[in-house]
Design a binder for this molecule. Structure first.
Ligand code: G
Ligand code: G
Ligand code: MN
Ligand code: NA
Length: 253
């Protein structure tokens, strides 16, 4: 069997699982929420999304996988809220093809209605590439998603092709600075300039700015000096299975 046929059955065979990576506020060190990251468990091994999301995109399987990720995330938000008495924010990666699929908005409306979660606990991470095909429709859809009360973030910011003019028209809440810029910002002057400029740009547009891939205290301190709002990365925590994420959550209350 080829990978595509195996992946086709992964959802119904319950082979997918989510891990949750904590995000930290730089102001007081508190937990902001988590990013949900999908993994495929096959014969005891965990397969990284980097190895199957591109195939899922090409084959169209991303729509059913993406729907499962959204359903599982809403279920987890509601379980954690019941277990801790706290609202827990979880961000989910949305592929361009999933974003453009006809039933996307309706599926989210259904999910919010059936799970009764606070919509502002669910954050959608989209990439600049959703703007490339049909920016006007994408912006219209973002407005409708925002009107549902969902949080919206631009993922991998700085790696795409969107113009700054478009960025100012995206009704989003947050910019996620791509980890490729964060990796060498302490040693490469140009990378440091890009990160600082992105933080200023985000703030002047009224957005929250989070830096990804933060692995060291040096990086954390620089971002804090530059008034970045939040960090995510191995320095704070690796992505955690749901049970460990709950421990992390309880430890931070
Ligand atoms: O968790 P990891 O670093 O291995 O993720 C690799 C890539 O897979 C990242 O670009 C991430 O955005 C993407 N990814 C992880 N989970 C999901 C998901 O549920 N849906 C989509 N579309 N992409 C995901
Ligand atoms: O594209 P996206 O930003 O969704 O990708 C997130 C990916 O980055 C996940 O695969 C996650 O496992 C990975 N990741 C998260 N924190 C770090 C980090 O500190 N260092 C590195 N190298 N990868 C990280
Ligand atoms: Mn992401
Ligand atoms: Na990213």
């Amino acid at each position: 069997l080829d990978l595509e046929s195996l992946l086709r059955h992964a959802v119904e065979r319950e082979e997918l699982e989510l891990h949750y990576q904590p995000q930290q506020a730089l102001s007081d060190g508190g937990l902001i929420g988590f990013e949900a990251l999908v993994r495929w468990r096959r014969q005891g091994k965990l397969i990284s999304p980097a190895d199957f999301i591109p195939l899922a995109e090409e084959s169209g399987l991303i729509v059913s996988i993406g729907n499962w990720v959204l359903e599982e995330t809403c279920r987890q938000i509601s379980v954690w809220q019941a277990e801790t008495g706290q609202r827990v924010v979880v961000a989910v990666n949305i592929s361009p093809r999933q974003f453009a699929a006809p039933g996307f908005l309706a599926h989210l409306e259904d999910l919010l209605a059936t799970t009764h979660i606070d919509p502002s606990c669910l954050e959608l991470e989209i990439t600049e590439s959703v703007m490339v095909e049909d920016a006007e429709s994408a912006i219209a859809l973002l407005h409708r998603l925002r009107a549902l009360g969902l949080k919206l973030a631009i993922d991998d910011f700085g790696t795409g092709y969107s113009s700054l003019a478009y960025l100012s028209r995206f009704p989003i809440h947050k910019l996620k600075i791509d980890q490729s810029f964060v990796r060498n910002m302490h040693s490469v002057k140009e990378q440091s300039a890009i990160v600082q400029a992105t933080i200023s740009l985000g703030h002047s547009l009224g957005l929250t700015v989070i830096a990804e891939g933060v692995e060291s205290e040096t990086q954390r301190a620089l971002l804090s000096n530059w008034r970045c709002d939040e960090i995510q990365g191995y320095y704070y925590s690796r992505p955690l299975p749901a049970a460990s994420a709950l421990n992390f959550l309880e430890g931070s209350l």
